[in-house]
Design a protein around this ligand. Structure first.
Ligand SMILES: *Cc1c(COP(=O)(O)O)cnc(C)c1O
Length: 777
């Protein structure tokens, strides 16, 4: 029923938006989370359905448990794409997602003997109820083969021959907007299938059974599994095929709809915006050129104008290991015609730069697309799009001044900032119902549609009764998390201890290690004098490590080893507990973010482009302890310096160390006894059960000079942490700080972010429809 209603309304939406601009959000990842509850909340029928089911003796919560959480993304980038889909639908934008329907999503993490192990994420095992296969809208995508060039009527014509065809079959998932059942958008995910479902009979009859099977599985491999690397590139042939696959399929289907609407190609940018989420979909640029030139017969210059004016690009990282590059030989073999187009874009670009910067060989070298026999995908993205944005103000500043400094000289007008946001209807309204009801009681319901109204909560800053109710909501959420931990791990935790939480991908730059060293230091203190540590604390970790990232996996083992050691010391256990929650994903996030007292956002300054976990915590009243990195800076501006805890090197200081040197981690190790003790404990038998396994961590800090400045920030972190502990022990102060964080979090709703994309980049209007809010409680 629900599904039919959705399809019907979707059909209505399509007709009514035929002549509005369509925005296509191309992303390799969409980490959408479970959808049933989201649909019910957005349609305003959650309570109705809950009551109806209760009459049938079905508990809605039990039902919600059954749904799979599709892991079609690694972390922040994929989750951002999902939040954007919601806000686009809410804002009445005809905005659609375009991605890959991975047969297996991000692995499921199991902790065995303290180590991460990976289990395949078989999310389609029981079929997925929300997708609709649209075989009739399939697109043929062409790989490999040769390009034959011919002159026809004085014009060069290109024929792509002997290619290997792959059928891209779309599966559509409806995106329902909040409180506006008539605007339903679409998330289109592509699955790779052989062109014909018949066996390759020729091979089979020749007796070449392996060949017959391998052709089929070679094709299906394209959408078989999500690459599990966050913030690093994989450089594998299959990954490149995935990237071209969903780009070519997506653009193919856009062209079909443009044809159906009888639009003039010259007006394409007026009717279509194509947004590329990081460089993974950057082949949109040469692919659109190919379609316009080879299939539509346009000349180069006209095709180029259309392409650049339709495409906009978001950069997500400044870490060099994440900037995508492809070896020319590999690329040429897989995508021969696309390679020719990239070469031509590069040639023309260099020619133009040479005219403008004839005396500056360096700028020409730095900005070319093909360099050292590699295609630099970020360079292609900047040259071939009309807008380049970073995801927090510091990040955008670093893009302008460092990563893309030469491009910034050439096209300063392209660069802009769009600070990330999160869907406050998922991460506050739905994930934290007790607090949400309290908020609605206090300031009315319209904050759900306009998150900036949360600011009206500030009048309760001194209202002891209200603050107590908010504290009760936090207590409730902590109980829920605690019960989950009890059920899954058998560990009983103290609900009155402070919940200090770090959940995110495990990565050296995110510095889970710094947090661990802090806990080790507290452990040492408690052992010496239990009264020297104020209050009692529960440290909660969660997050996946890329399967090939040995260092990150060792960090997980270290957390679990420390947890075990602390748990075995009764004297310490009253003060400190550590837990690692296995398989952190969107659903667990919805349980964890609302239960946190403290939000750990402690990346090495300059390395975290924005972060979005920081925003989810803040909205739920957790207090941030963090560095001046990514959107932490904007959180600080929003709440003021008295309502969060900042420590550590600034981005400028980190970047200066990186360019000029001068950092010696060994000096700090020798100067700071407390620090030395903790670092030594990694290898000196303190962890009785560990052999040599933590040596890699020890070496990263001393032998390899601590790339992420963990030792440099240690003392400052502890100092500020002490202030945080003392603030927590002052209940009135803490609950007041918490309220300010909630009240000021509205600016971090993805509604605000999408409004900015719509106004400034896509040039389409963001207009939530408001026709029945008065009827709502
Ligand atoms: C929000 C979110 C992230 C991003 O967290 P950061 O703290 O910004 O790195 C990662 N994974 C999941 C499941 C999330 O919901």
């Amino acid at each position: 029923m629900l599904k039919e209603t959705i399809s019907f309304n979707r059909a209505l939406t399509k007709n009514s938006t035929l002549y509005t601009k369509q925005v296509y959000y191309f992303s390799m990842e969409f980490l959408i989370g479970k959808l049933l509850r989201y649909y019910l909340v957005n349609m305003g029928v959650e309570e109705l359905v809950r009551e109806g089911l209760a009459e049938l003796h079905i508990d809605l919560d039990d039902l919600l448990e059954q749904e799979a959480d599709p892991g079609l993304g690694n972390g922040g980038l994929g989750r951002l794409a999902a939040c954007f889909l919601d806000s686009m639908a809410f804002g009445g934008i005809a905005g659609h997602g375009n991605g890959i329907r991975y047969r297996y999503g991000l692995f499921e993490q199991k902790i065995r003997n303290g180590f991460q192990t990976e289990v395949a994420d078989n999310w389609l095992k029981n079929d997925y109820p929300w997708e609709i296969r649209r075989a009739e809208k399939s697109i043929v995508v062409k790989f490999k083969g040769h390009v034959r060039t011919e002159v026809v009527k004085g014009k060069l014509v290109f024929y792509h021959e002997q290619y290997e065809p792959v059928l891209a079959v779309p599966y559509d998932i409806p995106v329902i907007s909040y409180d506006n059942p008539l605007n339903i958008n679409n998330l289109r995910l592509w699955s790779a299938e052989p062109l014909s479902n018949e066996l390759d009979l020729a091979s089979f009859n020749r007796g070449d059974f392996d060949q017959a099977v391998s052709l089929r599985s070679g094709v299906e491999a394209i959408s078989y599994i999500l690459y599990p690397d966050d913030s690093s590139r994989s450089g594998k042939e299959l990954r490149l095929k995935q990237e071209y696959f969903f780009v070519a399929a997506g653009l193919g289907s856009i062209m079909k709809s443009v044809k159906k609407r009888n639009l003039f190609l010259a007006e394409f940018p007026r009717w279509v915006s194509i947004h590329i989420n990081d460089t993974h979909p950057v082949l949109c640029i040469p692919e659109l050129m190919r379609i316009l030139i080879d299939e539509e017969g346009l000349g180069w210059d006209q095709a180029w104008n259309i392409t650049v004016n339709s495409i906009s690009f978001t950069n997500h990282t400044i870490m060099p290991e994440a900037l995508e590059k492809w070896p020319v030989t590999l690329f040429k073999n897989i995508l021969p015609r696309i390679f020719m187009i990239i070469e031509e874009i590069d040639r023309r670009f260099k020619e133009r730069s040479a005219r403008r910067f004839f005396d500056d060989r360096k700028i020409i070298q730095n900005t070319q697309i093909i360099k050292d026999n590699h295609i630099q995908m970020a360079n292609l993205a900047v040259i071939g799009s009309s807008s380049v944005n970073g995801v927090a103000s510091l990040h955008t500043k670093i893009l302008k001044q460092q990563v893309f400094k030469d491009y910034y000289r050439m096209f300063s007008y392209k660069f802009n900032n769009k600070t990330n946001g999160v869907n406050h209807r998922r991460f506050l309204l739905t994930a934290n119902p007790v607090l949400s009801d309290l908020i609605t009681e206090a300031i009315g319901p319209t904050w759900k549609k306009n998150a900036e109204e949360l600011e009206n909560l500030l009048i309760y800053q001194e209202d002891a009764a209200f603050l107590e109710k908010a504290a009760k909501a936090k207590y409730h959420n902590k109980m829920q998390l605690l019960q989950y931990i009890k059920k899954t791990q058998g560990i009983e935790l103290d609900c009155f201890s402070m919940f200090d939480v770090q959940v995110k991908r495990i990565h050296a730059y995110k510095r889970q290690l710094l947090n661990i060293l802090k806990i080790m230091h507290l452990f040492n203190q408690v052992q010496e004098d239990p009264n020297s540590v104020l209050g009692s604390q529960t440290f909660i970790f969660g997050g996946k490590a890329a399967p090939g990232y040995h260092y990150a996996k060792t960090i997980i083992k270290l957390i679990n080893t420390l947890a075990e050691k602390i748990h075995k010391e009764p004297r310490v256990r009253d003060k400190l507990e550590v837990v690692f929650i296995e398989n952190f994903n969107v659903s667990l996030g919805e349980l964890i973010y609302p239960a946190a007292d403290v939000s750990e956002q402690i990346s090495t300054a300059s390395k975290e482009a924005s972060g979005t976990g920081n925003m989810k915590f803040m909205m739920n009243g957790a207090i941030t302890i963090g560095t001046l990195d990514g959107a932490n800076i904007e959180i600080k501006e929003a709440v003021g310096e008295n309502n969060l805890f900042i420590f550590g090197l600034s981005a400028d200081e980190v970047l200066r160390y990186s360019s000029e040197g001068g950092y010696k981690s060994l000096d700090l190790y020798y100067d700071n006894q407390d620090l030395r003790r903790c670092v030594d404990q990694l290898v000196n038998g303190f962890f009785a059960t560990a052999g040599e396994e933590f040596k890699v961590i020890f070496d990263s800090l001393l032998l390899y000079n601590d790339d992420y400045f963990v030792l440099r920030d240690f003392a400052d972190y502890l100092e500020v942490y002490k202030q945080l502990q003392s603030a927590y022990s002052d209940r009135k102060r803490w609950t007041g700080m918490s309220l300010v964080n909630i009240a000021k979090s509205g600016v971090f709703s993805s509604d605000r972010t999408i409004r900015e994309y719509a106004d400034q980049i896509w040039k389409t209007s963001f207009r939530p429809i408001d026709f029945n809010l008065q009827d709502k409680p």
